[in-house]
Design a protein around this ligand. Structure first.
Ligand code: MIC
Ligand code: SF4
Length: 643
């Protein structure tokens, strides 16, 4: 039987297990990436593993999230990251050099290889035919230490693209359409693989836009073929020697096939407050707009910024709209500066921000109260922009530029003739802001600022768990709900005791106080608990507050793994309707839980001490994961197995 692209890459990297969907496999990791908001923890964990030098082919540490620097904390973290990188053999991409996924695509990604990143949008590298997977920092640290990455073998979903995109419709509209079809949980447990003739009309950065937002489907990864277009992109980046052709076999089998006819696609938009709340732009036309934000790892390539600049050339943004632009990388910024597109943006009234995540993660540019913000980003979760009442929409650069001009949601097809773009044959290549690791690592001193606190230690799992349901939440709770980001909280990423004060603060400001008062307890949740960001703080900070299990209808992949990594038991309701039989503050007991994990029993009984009822739950942990939870987390587990 023929293989798909993802199956080929997995089989070339398979260390343990069989490629049977759902069963645990272990794969070798070639590249890792970290960013500064997750990187400090990842490297603290890496240091705790006692490995002298990274064992990957290439590891890169990016600084792109915490660049607002409203106090010393971020800069302290950056200094720590730079010193760790120098000592342990990691490339360090300096602040201002760009967003990790964009820079990795430009300068490092290699078709056919594997990339594990402590950021959920790591699958962006799928645009070049690399298998990129997002994970918690601890998994990335383990990969740097030479450990394989464990995951359930994903099912493969082929998205066959036919036709070509009409005028004013672009890559973002393709992925928004897929989100409309599949929803934010439609990709869980799957790799989304793209094929069909339509792929040939998409550039590498278009493909990266689509692969990037596969994270919003909950997919494990997304991947495109590596073809002549890929070769040309890599050659323009002076990296043609790293190119390799990869296609799916003609007789490859897929678990699911979806066809999207590009000819029929229209400009699409995701309405507040979920990336799958998608409709056609025409359906919301006329809505007044206060802010337009162009950038993020989804849509900040040279092509995207040039499209926006050419739409705005010779015009002025609407007087009621604040237009902010954050280029994806220094390469993009330098090139638009040289070709005049930056001048067009400035003349049109754009506020130019640095090459970083910026407003995407609430680091500045929070919209006004009840403000409508149209963003080319990938997430519009409530409050993520920094303004709880803001109405954030997600759209293509073309649609965003049209909105900026007209001051209301506008279908870009109203703009008339499509601008003709001159994308150069050669990109401007300058890696001077990427610092190579030290050749004398023994002489490098690690710099630790006062905000970098030691990692909290987890205890092995007790025989039984007893406590209160500290919080009951509904479906699709994001890690932004569990552990908010933004300019106030992000500087605390290296300080778990301090950041734990903010756990669930946007849902229930008293959560952390209550957790402490009850000495820990449980969370009860609906479907797809923990979707979104890979931040392991969403597991580590609850662990610090004494949360020992989460009972849910289903979990998102990365967060489930992070829970296991920090010794929190992810439990599934056997009968989803039992969700209604448990309430916040009920006192429950999960009996003989450690024995059940040791003996491999998947089913457990939750006894409600408040109502006397018994509810059946189960876990879907592999043998290894059971041992990790029993040990009180992966760090303890690694230490135990090293002894
Ligand atoms: C995000 O887009 O939510 C982030 C910020 O990039 C996160 C990582 C983090 O929380 O630091 C992600 O996507 O994993
Ligand atoms: Fe940065 Fe936003 Fe991309 Fe996350 S989604 S990596 S915050 S640009």
């Amino acid at each position: 039987m023929g293989l798909s692209i993802a199956q080929k890459i997995i089989s070339e990297h398979l260390i343990e297990g069989e490629m049977i969907p759902g069963s645990e496999i272990a794969i070798r990791i070639d590249h890792t990436l970290t960013q500064d908001a997750t990187g400090t923890l990842a490297y603290l964990q890496f240091e705790a593993m006692g490995v002298p030098r990274v064992r990957t082919k290439r590891s890169v540490s990016y600084v792109d999230h915490n660049t607002l620097q409203t106090g010393p904390e971020n800069a302290d973290d950056h200094a720590y990251l730079q010193s760790v990188a120098a000592k342990y053999g990691i490339y360090f991409s300096r602040p201002g050099n760009g967003i990790c996924h964009q820079v990795h695509l430009e300068r490092f990604a290699v078709p056919g290889e594997t990339l594990l990143g402590s950021d959920s949008h790591t699958p962006t590298a799928g645009g070049i035919g690399m298998l990129g997977i997002g994970a918690g920092g601890l998994d990335v640290a383990a990969a740097m230490a030479g450990e394989p990455f464990y995951l359930p073998m994903p099912r493969i979903c082929l998205v066959r693209l036919v036709g070509t995109l009409p005028k004013w419709v672009s890559a973002k509209d393709v992925i928004l359409e897929l989100l409309r079809i599949l929803s934010v949980k439609g990709g869980v447990g799957k790799i989304i693989e793209y094929g069909g003739k339509g792929v040939e009309s998409l550039s590498v950065t278009d493909r990266a836009t689509i692969a990037n937002m596969g994270a919003e489907l909950g997919a494990t990864s997304s991947i495109f073929p590596s073809d002549e277009i890929t070769r040309r992109f890599m050659s323009a980046q002076q990296r043609s020697s790293e190119w390799r052709e990869i296609h799916a076999d003609a007789d490859a089998q897929y678990d699911q096939v979806i066809e999207i006819n590009l000819d029929k696609l229209e400009p699409m938009i995701a309405r507040p407050h979920m990336p799958d709340n998608v409709c056609r732009v025409v359906e919301v036309e006329g809505t007044k707009v206060d802010q337009v934000a162009i950038g993020s790892c989804t849509n900040s390539s040279l092509r995207d910024l040039m499209v926006v600049a050419s739409i705005l050339r010779g015009k002025t943004v609407h007087p009621k709209v604040s237009l902010v632009v954050s280029p994806g990388s220094r390469q993009v910024l330098e090139m638009i500066a040289r070709n005049g597109a930056l001048a067009d943006l400035i003349r049109a009234g754009a506020r130019i921000l640095e090459c970083a995540c910026g407003p995407c993660i609430g680091m500045g540019q929070a919209p006004r109260t009840n403000g409508v913000s149209i963003r080319t980003f990938n997430r519009n979760f409530e409050g993520r922009s920094g303004t709880k009442s803001a109405q954030v929409y997600l759209a293509s650069p073309e649609t965003a530029a049209a909105c900026a001009l007209f001051g209301e949601i506008t279908d870009p097809r109203k703009l008339g003739d499509l601008p003709v773009l001159q994308i150069p044959e050669e990109y401007s290549v300058d890696d001077s802001m990427i610092v190579a690791p030290s050749e004398r690592p023994e002489s490098v001193e690690i710099v630790r600022g006062p905000n970098i606190k030691p990692l909290p230690e987890a205890e092995p799992l007790p025989e039984s768990l007893r406590g209160h349901i500290l919080l009951k939440v509904g479906d699709n709770i994001t890690t932004d709900h569990i552990m908010p980001a933004g300019s106030k909280v992000l500087p605390l990423r290296s300080n778990i005791p301090a950041i734990s004060e903010y756990v669930f603060s946007t849902i229930d400001p008293d959560f952390s106080k209550r957790a402490k008062q009850y000495g820990g307890g449980f969370i009860l949740a609906g479907e797809n608990y923990g979707q979104g960001s890979s931040r392991e703080h969403a597991a580590l900070a609850p662990m610090y507050l004494g949360v020992r299990a989460v009972i849910a209808k289903s979990f998102a992949r990365i967060h489930r793994q992070n829970l296991v990594n920090f010794g929190i038991l992810p439990l599934l309701l056997v009968d989803a309707t039992d969700y209604d039989r448990l309430e916040q503050l009920d006192e429950i007991e999960i009996c003989d839980v450690a024995k059940a994990l040791r003996e491999g029993n998947a089913y457990l009984r939750v006894v409600s001490r408040t109502h006397g009822q018994v509810i059946n739950v189960r876990h879907d942990l592999s043998r290894r994961e059971r041992d990790v939870v029993l040990a009180g987390g992966r760090l303890n587990y690694i230490r135990n197995t090293q002894r």
